[in-house]
Design a protein around this ligand. Structure first.
Ligand code: RIB
Ligand code: CA
Length: 308
């Protein structure tokens, strides 16, 4: 069993990732911490509470985090995720409440109290993690591993020609995390753009599956209307769910260790992640970067798990 805290900016694929994690028997979701990214943090927090209500997991703690990046201006992606961050499903307000702690304080409390290691699954901009590192470096060093959806090592970006959204939103936070010495796994666009969920993989019969699966199907159908199909190859890229898949012990992903850096200055290159792939390089390797994915195996695992 792996204990995880999901740091998230729900967003459509974040919701898919949270649903997937909640159904994975090998994962214990300790808490959800929210951050400004796809949508402002207030909406991200509301969506995190809502999905726990829909999944009937009301006991999982939710704490609200950073409302903007460390240095850059706030950037959100309502055009892709809808103003409500849920492909404009316009759900009712959640009835469960967030805890009266910030995301950083909840991460600190769980890391200090837990007798077992905790992994952080970071599927939004890394602002909360950077603040935890700045305020409580000793607690930060207790993190078992950070498995993050972000970056693009050998492929184009999605928010600029070279940068991936989560890193681009807060490159300074990513830079702090990359240089912190924490065990890092990068699940970048190199692999997530190969895990495209297509409409024909989803049952159309309305009576198939339980409440959660029916919600999942509605979300997918709405998302397919709003996410530019040119951007996600005629389906929905399972960016964040693949980061949850990386928390499971399986051979769906293959990794290579690299010296991983991020560009924090400039304009065109801002937020670009760089890996040193020179065979003679002596630079210190600080991250395992996912370089291959068995995409069919992952999509099958994702759907089988959600149908449970
Ligand atoms: O680039 C994809 C990432 O940015 C995903 O985490 C998506 O939710 C957005 O946050
Ligand atoms: Ca996300």
């Amino acid at each position: 069993m792996r204990n995880i805290i999901i740091d998230t900016d729900p967003g459509i694929d974040d919701i898919l990732a949270i649903l997937f994690a909640l159904k994975c028997e090998a994962l214990n979701v300790e808490a959800l911490t929210t951050v400004s990214g796809n949508v402002p943090v207030e909406i991200a927090t509301k969506n995190a509470l809502k999905i726990l209500e829909i999944a009937n997991r009301r006991n999982i703690l939710v704490a609200s985090g950073a409302s903007r990046p460390l240095r850059k201006d706030q950037l959100t992606a309502e055009l892709i995720h809808g103003k409500d961050g849920l492909a404009n499903m316009n759900l009712s307000e959640p009835t469960i409440k967030k805890v009266n702690l910030s995301a950083v304080e909840l991460m600190k409390e769980r890391l200090l109290k837990s007798k077992e290691p905790i992994t952080i699954a970071a599927i939004g901009p890394m602002t909360n993690l950077a603040i935890l590192n700045i305020l409580y470096p000793r607690v930060f060093s207790q993190i078992e591993e950070i498995i993050f959806m972000g970056g693009a090592a050998f492929c184009p970006g999605n928010i600029t020609s070279g940068a991936e959204f989560n890193i681009y939103v807060d490159p300074d936070a990513a830079n702090l995390v990359f240089n912190s010495g924490v065990k890092l796994k990068m699940i970048g666009l190199d692999v997530t753009m190969k895990t495209i969920l297509k409409k024909d993989k989803i049952e159309n019969s309305n009576d198939f599956g339980g409440e959660t699966y029916k919600f999942f199907r509605r979300l997918i159908n709405n998302a397919l209307e709003i996410i530019p199909q040119s951007m996600e190859k005629g389906g929905i890229a399972l960016h964040d769910p693949l980061a949850i898949g990386a928390c499971l012990s399986n051979d769906i992903l293959k990794y290579k260790e690299y010296d991983l850096k991020v560009e924090t200055e400039g304009s065109e290159g801002l937020g670009v992640t760089l890996v040193d792939d020179r065979s003679w390089s002596q630079s210190k390797k600080n991250a395992k970067v996912a370089v291959e994915v068995d995409n069919n195996a992952f999509i099958d695992l994702f759907l089988k798990t959600l149908r449970k």
